[in-house]
Design a protein around this ligand. Structure first.
Ligand code: NAG
Ligand code: NAG
Ligand code: NAG
Ligand code: NAG
Ligand code: NAG
Ligand code: NAG
Ligand code: NAG
Ligand code: NAG
Ligand code: NAG
Ligand code: NAG
Ligand code: NAG
Length: 643
């Protein structure tokens, strides 16, 4: 039976309501109750333990939200939505018509508001619908990872890869390893469980502790007006309680769902855009993570990551699917579009409710063609009025000039406007009324472009003839794609600029060229890094630091051309030749130079004193001393020479 295995209603209470005449019971159900949830079991409530009581819904459930099972249980049959209907007055007949004991039971059913439900369709991050690919169990984004790093051997290696589906070893079928949530603000959070400590290369002690977690990787994207962040955080079982509380705030019941793992990685990112976004990342560890891996795995491994970028490109899910892995099934009905993040439905005119399956009485107005760029002076446009779920006795279209076209008992009305002129600009108001006097209305405002396609100027006498697939605006001319400029988008952005309308400044250094479309730098010889501002490692030079320096004997190697600057005593192109023998004197160490200078100064001084005082040389010991000193000095000097 359909009711079997039902998730029991969280909140179900019975209230005998004798004061409220005609209503026997009041029950309530949360608006996010799953299909199949039993709301109320009549036999139980009435104390009639009959196994098979035929029950029939007589009234109060106009849009088939509930069904009655064979054992007379009221069950949720279609999605509920508190904002559309918060109260149902159900009338059920208990027992067959032939059964003399049959009677009518009235149930007042309150739908209870649930915070955060239904999901919001956020246009900011609407994702494409992919009609071509078979995208089951693939990511809704393709992620291009690009990294440059220095190895223990001193090489610069670059790495690029594109990830479009989860790796095999993540074992996606094992739900307990991965929990993904998405919210109404284009924020995605993914928690991965680590159960086997062998998988964990690093201990949390090496990561930088932030407020509530160990921050591992922090990335940011700079787009025109958005600042978007991507971060990877690590939680372990030794963490403080507040940390785990923080994790639970990010992903409710994460720890329980991941079955108490040893470590949890949390990846979170906001994606408030519909287009490709580049994140530039930084590791936030005390040690460079690859320094750690170097210690673990030996020599020729990465020791330092210089650049790490992640390009997220929305690819979209196939029709009727949503979720980061495109593995969830959309509930949207009646042509509604399903949001790729959270499955929220964008209803077409005339429908409402979380699944767009509840008729919304009203009227809508549209134009054919619908694209505003096709609505211009001299074009022909048809304005359509359409009635939805209303028996309209009168349908009327009011034009900007105040005139009105009306038709009775019609469901649709159209008016073609030939050869549009600027006086046709303004509101087109559709109004429908039914026999009960209810009035419904809808309005569309025409803003007619002055010129036909590919024409611009006050008199529309100039051709746009845009290149690069650019569109032509009658006032602004060609609206070029990023990286292009000129009246016809015929030129790339001037040096030093890039992006839309060439408004962004390039950050490339050291003569690197800058891609006009996205500002990506292509480094010249001797440099690497995101902005080409990091010189090649010590023993490397040239383009992409791919050449090995030939300099010997501690010479420094030029990062650009590999030329060597020798240290003392060495010469030659590679500093591998000894310098020629210099004069001996010049080799006299500074110590004996000082002794020599001291000798000379003393001798001169003593001679001078003798001359001034005119003493007899043999009357004191000074002459003796002088002679001895002369000998010492001579010995020092000659012994130096003899070396
Ligand atoms: C009614 O029947 C369904 C299965 O058909 C069963 O799961 C449910 O428990 C029954 N309810 C009562 C009150 O017997
Ligand atoms: C429910 O209310 C109706 C009308 O008020 C009454 O006739 C009927 O006996 C009531 N049923 C029960 C089970 O109380
Ligand atoms: C119902 O919930 C929504 C958000 O979930 C909230 O904005 C609204 O105020 C709630 N209304 C009531 C009456 O509680
Ligand atoms: C649709 O998905 C396939 C891969 O499954 C991809 O190659 C293709 O580019 C996607 N189409 C669009 C329009 O993104
Ligand atoms: C899509 O892929 C799934 C498995 O990945 C496969 O079972 C299914 O047959 C494929 N469908 C089509 C239309 O290729
Ligand atoms: C959509 O997401 C952005 C942030 O990405 C948020 O500012 C905005 O309020 C959201 N819109 C709705 C309707 O929730
Ligand atoms: C508008 O319709 C008229 C009459 O059908 C036709 O002659 C004219 O070419 C149309 N104008 C355009 C721009 O299609
Ligand atoms: C419109 O329909 C109503 C009821 O169906 C009918 O009484 C009325 O005469 C109709 N009006 C016209 C103009 O056909
Ligand atoms: C049209 O509908 C709006 C509300 O949607 C209402 O404020 C307005 O009075 C209506 N106008 C007419 C002419 O009924
Ligand atoms: C732009 O830079 C390139 C390469 O550096 C150079 O060849 C070219 O002449 C420059 N163009 C202008 C307009 O400065
Ligand atoms: C290079 O310099 C280091 C210290 O700066 C020194 O220990 C080493 O001996 C030198 N090697 C040569 C070949 O001169």
């Amino acid at each position: 039976m359909a009711v079997k295995g039902i998730i029991l209603l969280l909140d179900l209470y019975f209230l005998l309501c004798r004061a409220d005449e005609g209503i026997n019971f009041t029950v309530s159900v949360f608006e996010n109750a799953k299909i199949g949830t039993s709301v109320v079991s009549l036999p139980k409530m009435l104390g009639e333990e009959k196994a098979e009581l035929p029950c029939v819904m007589l009234d109060g459930d106009r849009y088939g939200r509930f069904s009655v099972s064979t054992n007379c249980t009221v069950v949720v049959a279609r999605p509920l939505d508190w904002s559309v209907q918060s109260e149902y007055l159900l009338k059920l007949r208990v027992g067959g018509l032939q059964d003399p004991g049959h009677h009518v039971v009235r149930i007042k059913l309150n739908v209870r508001n649930v915070s955060g439900y239904p999901p919001v369709y956020n246009e900011t991050c609407e994702t494409p619908i992919n009609l071509t690919g078979n995208r089951s169990n693939e990511f809704q984004f393709s992620i291009s990872l690009s990294a440059e790093a220095e190895t223990a051997a001193g090489d610069v290696v670059s790495y690029e890869t594109t990830i479009s589906k989860p790796f095999e070893r993540w074992k996606m079928d094992d739900n307990s390893k991965l929990v993904i949530t998405t919210d109404n603000n284009c924020q995605v959070r993914m928690a991965f469980a680590v159960r086997n400590l062998k998988d964990v290369a690093f201990e949390s002690g090496q990561w930088k502790r932030r407020e509530n977690s160990y921050q591992v990787l922090s990335c940011h994207a700079e787009s025109d007006d958005i600042l978007s962040e991507l971060s990877i955080e690590l939680f372990d079982h030794k963490n403080h309680r507040e940390d785990l509380r923080y994790l639970e705030q990010q992903i409710p019941q994460a720890i329980e769902k991941l079955q108490n793992p040893i470590l949890i990685w949390l990846l979170s990112f906001a994606f408030p855009t519909k287009s490709k976004t580049r994140y530039v990342c930084q590791f936030l560890t005390l040690l460079d993570p690859f320094e750690i891996s170097h210690k673990q795995f030996g020599r020729n491994v990465i020791v330092h990551v210089e650049t790490l970028t992640l390009d997220f490109t929305p690819v979209g899910c196939g029709p009727g699917k949503y979720g980061i892995l495109c593995d969830q099934i959309c509930i949207c009905k009646n042509g509604a579009r399903c949001h790729g993040f959270n499955g929220a439905c964008k209803c077409t005119a005339g429908w409402q409710g979380v699944a767009c399956d509840i008729p919304k009485p009203g009227v809508s107005v549209t134009t054919i063609p619908s694209d505003l760029s096709d609505i211009y002076i001299s074009a022909n446009v048809t304005v359509h009025c359409q009635v939805h779920h209303v028996s309209a006795t009168m349908l009327a279209l009011r034009l900007p000039d105040g005139s009105e076209i009306a038709r009775s008992n019609a469901t649709r009305l159209e008016q073609t406007l030939f050869n549009l002129q600027s006086r046709d600009n303004g509101p087109y108001k559709c109004r429908a009324s039914d026999a009960d006097g209810n009035v419904f209305n809808a309005t569309i405002v025409l803003d007619i472009a002055k010129c036909p396609p590919n024409r611009k100027g006050e008199l529309c006498d100039e051709a746009c003839d845009c290149l690069q697939g650019a569109t032509c605006d009658w006032r602004a001319g060609c609206v070029c794609p990023p990286g292009w400029t000129g009246t016809r988008c015929q030129a790339t952005c001037p040096n030093g600029t890039f992006g839309e309308r060439c408004l962004k400044k390039c950050r490339c250094r050291n003569g690197a060229s800058c891609s006009p479309s996205d500002g990506k730098c292509t480094c010249t010889a001797g440099w690497y890094g995101l902005w080409c501002d990091v010189p090649c490692p010590r023993y490397r030079h040239g383009l992409g630091c791919r050449l090995t320096c030939t300099c010997k004997n501690n010479a420094t190697c030029d990062n650009v051309d590999g030329s060597c600057t020798c240290v003392a005593h060495w010469t030659g192109k590679n500093c591998d030749e000894k310098q020629a023998e210099p004069l001996l004197e010049s080799l006299v160490p500074i110590g004996s130079m000082i002794v020599l200078a001291g000798c000379v100064a003393t001798i001169i001084m003593l001679y001078k004193r003798k001359q001034v005082c005119g003493r007899e040389p043999d009357r004191d010991g000074e002459t003796e001393a002088l002679l001895q000193l002369e000998q010492v000095c001579w010995f020092v000097c000659s012994s130096r020479r003899l070396h």
